[in-house]
Design a protein around this ligand. Structure first.
Ligand code: AHG
Ligand code: MN
Ligand code: MN
Length: 342
């Protein structure tokens, strides 16, 4: 194996976090320790996801969550893993989970810290039984002081205040992708040593991509600007004489990860499908914001179509927003259709 390959495969996530944290003013090791706890939770979830077919974890719990969605057994279990590991990390003061109606405090008998973590314990979970890639998405904030228990205010913060964000994708291989504001790096899990090893250093999105990812079943519910944009990307492209490729997995973290590496745009726009859900399906705190941080750090963009995702001031925990995310040029094209200049 060439020395370069050897170098890449010996850089563990733990060492990478420590190396990058040296350049951060508030690096006290607590942040590195927090990220390592998130990685631990990812390894535990990965272990069960990879053999879900062999355990009692397939199928539904029969409950529905705060989103009004059916809860998969693995959703529930992954949610408990995230809460248990983060509560015992001594680095967290409050959590917010897609699966829990209110913020989740750290129990009084455990030591809390100065970080808040919002997470989607299992994204794309309707695909679990079909063995389609799913993932855990996380967003991290840091409070300036560490007195008093965490509150909802510690998570209702704009995405620009995130100190880290990322996801663990449980797929053909499992990969931990994160940013702490100094670029985006991907680490593939080597199960033989139980370590995430640097496999995708300094990920950069191309300026423009040719993949569009949207659930076209919603076409008749879309506003006119979204219909015109999708019609446009499907039309013959003058320079290359071929339209874009359509790819839609139905698991945000998988669709996003493919576009991050290959280039492209993912859209879950607002639509007229459900008056209770005028702003589309995806949630700001633990889906849009963390992926927006990753996208921007990789040279891409994330917008509602009119507003930068990371500048939205959250009003409530499970707030939904339209999400248009991917290569900067592709997102800019969509914004022009919304503005009516195209
Ligand atoms: P979750 O499994 O966390 O509820 O998220 C599912 C989301 C997201 O992963 C995906 O992009 C979207 O739902 C798919 O929605 P549609 O089936 O409406 O396209
Ligand atoms: Mn999700
Ligand atoms: Mn989920």
């Amino acid at each position: 194996m060439s020395p370069a390959r050897m170098t890449l495969s010996s850089m563990t996530l733990t060492r990478h976090i420590m190396e990058t944290q040296k350049h951060f003013p508030f690096a006290t090791g607590e942040f590195s320790d927090l990220l390592n706890h998130i990685a631990l939770a990812g390894k535990i979830i990965n272990r069960e996801v990879n053999k879900a077919g062999l355990t009692q974890f397939l199928g539904l719990t029969g409950e529905s969550n705060v989103q009004g969605e059916d809860v998969q057994m693995l959703d529930d279990w992954a949610n408990n893993v995230m809460i248990r590991v983060l509560s015992r990390s001594q680095r967290v003061c409050i959590m917010a989970s897609e699966e829990v109606a209110d913020v989740i405090p750290v129990p009084d008998d455990l030591i809390s810290g100065r970080y808040s973590v919002c997470f989607d314990p299992l994204d794309g979970s309707s695909n679990i039984d079909a063995n389609v890639s799913i993932g855990t998405i996380f967003s991290v904030y840091r409070r300036d002081d560490d007195d008093g228990p965490g509150t909802e205010a510690d998570v209702l913060r704009p995405g620009t205040e995130q100190v880290a964000a990322g996801y663990i994708l449980y797929g053909s291989s499992s990969i931990f992708v994160y940013t702490a504001g100094g670029g985006v790096n991907g680490f593939t899990l080597d199960p033989s040593v139980g370590e995430f090893l640097l496999s995708h250093p300094d990920i950069q999105m191309p300026e423009q991509g040719r993949i569009y990812s949207v659930n076209e079943q919603n076409y008749h519910y879309w506003y006119d600007h979204t219909r015109r944009y999708v019609d446009w990307v499907k039309s013959i492209d003058k320079e290359t004489k071929r339209p874009y490729s359509s790819r839609y997995i139905g698991s945000l973290v998988s669709d996003f990860h493919r576009n991050l590496l290959y280039g492209g745009i993912f859209l879950y726009p607002e639509d007229k499908k459900d008056p209770k859900r005028p702003h589309g399906k995806l949630r700001l705190l633990y889906e849009a914001n963390p992926l927006a941080f990753i996208a921007e750090q990789a040279g891409g963009a994330a917008s509602t179509g009119t507003e930068r995702i990371m500048e939205i001031d959250p009003e409530y925990l499970h707030q939904r927003v339209p999400l248009i995310i991917g290569c900067a040029k592709n997102v800019a094209d969509y914004e022009e259709f919304v503005a009516g200049t195209r």
